[in-house]
Write a protein that binds this ligand. Sequence first.
Ligand code: TYC
Length: 134
Amino acid sequence: MNFDDRLAMTDAVPAVFRQVPMPASAGPKDDEPGKGDTDTGTITKTRPKTKRPSLYRVLLLNDDYTPMEFVILVLQDVFNKSREDAMQIMLHVHQKGVGECGVYPYEVAETKVTRVMDTARKNQHPLQCVMEKQ
Ligand code: TYC
């Protein structure tokens, strides 16, 4: 039982003086030094910590043996390129030695590289596909 409960029960205090609600202004003032100061005055704005994912370029490498048509089909199937875009990328790789198929977050890029390499191996072509951080 706390002090207020005991005070409410005693006959020493006339009923009219018991349980007088305290006005809010009578409480400790937190902007006065030494009076239960809890407000530091710091304004904080919560900002969720989000990180943009790192992006990776997926590259095709040229070789002398993989048929051009196979490369075009891979570009259409794995990288969702149109026949025309696939042809351009394949020719670029054929002429320059390396070319970009797309830019993706890490796991997407990794899956695409794996799909290209698996398809090439299954069909016994030496086609190579790699990824590099952008
Ligand atoms: N150079 C190959 C040929 O002449 C074609 C080719 C293109 C191979 C692109 C791989 O990533 C490549 N048949």
